[in-house]
Write a protein that binds this ligand. Sequence first.
Ligand SMILES: Cc1cc2nc3c(=O)[nH]c(=O)nc-3n(C[C@H](O)[C@H](O)[C@H](O)COP(=O)(O)OP(=O)(O)OC[C@H]3O[C@@H](n4cnc5c(N)ncnc54)[C@H](O)[C@@H]3O)c2cc1C
Length: 439
Amino acid sequence: MNGDRPGGDATAALREALGDAVRPDFDAKFRFAAAGGAPECVVEPADIPGVVAAIDAARRAGLAVVPAGNGTHLRIGWRSRAPHLALSTRQMGRVLAHDAGDMTVRVECGATVAALDAALAAAGQWLPLDPPRAEAMTVGGLIAADRNGPLRLGYGGVRDWLIGVRAVMADGAVVRGGGQVVKNVAGYDLPRLFAGSFGTLGVLVEATFKVRPRAAALALGEWTAPTLAAALARAQAVMASDVQPVLLEAVNESAAEALGLDSGASVLIGVAGSPPHLDEQERRLAALSGGAAVRHAPERGDALLRALREFSQPADDDALVIRVGVLPTALPPVLAEIETAARRAGVVAEIAAHAGNGVAWCQLLGAPDEAALQGVAAAARAAALRGGGWAVYEAIPGELGERLDPWGFDAPALAVMRRVKAALDPDGLFSPGRFVGGI
Ligand SMILES: Cc1cc2nc3c(=O)[nH]c(=O)nc-3n(C[C@H](O)[C@H](O)[C@H](O)COP(=O)(O)OP(=O)(O)OC[C@H]3O[C@@H](n4cnc5c(N)ncnc54)[C@H](O)[C@@H]3O)c2cc1C
């Protein structure tokens, strides 16, 4: 990047170049205050040429570019100190083409996940990803932050459904990767590369997904357990049985309380399909649990599903949120270590695990002081690494955010990731320093 002093002067120059797409007001800046500080200005282009112009103007002004949707997941990752422009796609929210026969949809990346869902629902179809904050999360954010939810067990993640992207790169080139059809020719797999890139490679402007018929209904069963370890064991028993769950969440007592369950630790079992299928699943679950598992009434089940989906969002401003990933079989020892470390430090650990996937969300709350919180976070990461996995701090409160490494993983893939970044964004224009290894 080059240019003169970034800041107020730059905003004026950007205004001149981009007109009304520049939003200098406080509200917009606050919304897009990515970790590390407010952007110098917020630009909300209405179309792809507007995105290209914004990138060009940022370069001239000596500003970095932080691609954004509605700002729901901008705080994940290293805090960037570079003066930057937040480039939001939220004015680009059209569903461009829904081919119900081919079961594909092409959408602008500023569309919210909820808006896309509503468009697909009209044709009885579904993109079966259930990230948190669907009303605000844009499709671009869904891809770049690689979000999913409890339904990942049954339906997979972003990379399983994304078949094409269109993106604006650092040199202003508008590139396509993948395509509109389910079967694609070979080539660089740009869509998968962008999934989980956290705004470091380019600005996603369009995405094509394959979709599927909407599940007729989803039912939620609950099987309580004395401890989290017992809940995880029950989840394993469900996995090994003839029950076919689309979600399987093991929660400890603190998480159960936060979710509004009054039964202590539990495993929640979701099944999807036609009413006879659901009845059959209920019968099998009752047989497996000796009658201990109960099916929630539809309204209650829906409320619990919503709460599970939102569980990964920080419970309050002081919460430290950790996403742990290990093999499902390694969850019991790793999560037991986290619970023990929290108990000793006087910290509340709410834990909900996608028991069939090996991903667990931990909310650390009510810490007596910063040192206690930091100690539990470190213990959680050490346990995850010992268990052959990783632990990412997705939300870090206050000053701790200046000191803790959010990613904490010296990935063997890091050298390749650095080369990819250097090839696609040689000047480090996009979200500099945000990702693992300071990418
Ligand atoms: C800190 C970390 C390090 C990882 N290191 C490796 C590795 O060395 N080799 C490997 O094959 N897989 C690595 N992974 C990927 C991990 O194993 C994937 O989660 C797994 O492949 C399942 O992919 P998923 O798309 O379902 O991702 P999820 O588990 O849902 O989430 C993956 C998230 O982690 C981030 N991520 C993806 N890959 C990496 C990476 N290499 N380094 C840092 N962050 C990453 C993405 O931004 C994405 O948001 C790492 C993940 C994390 C979080």
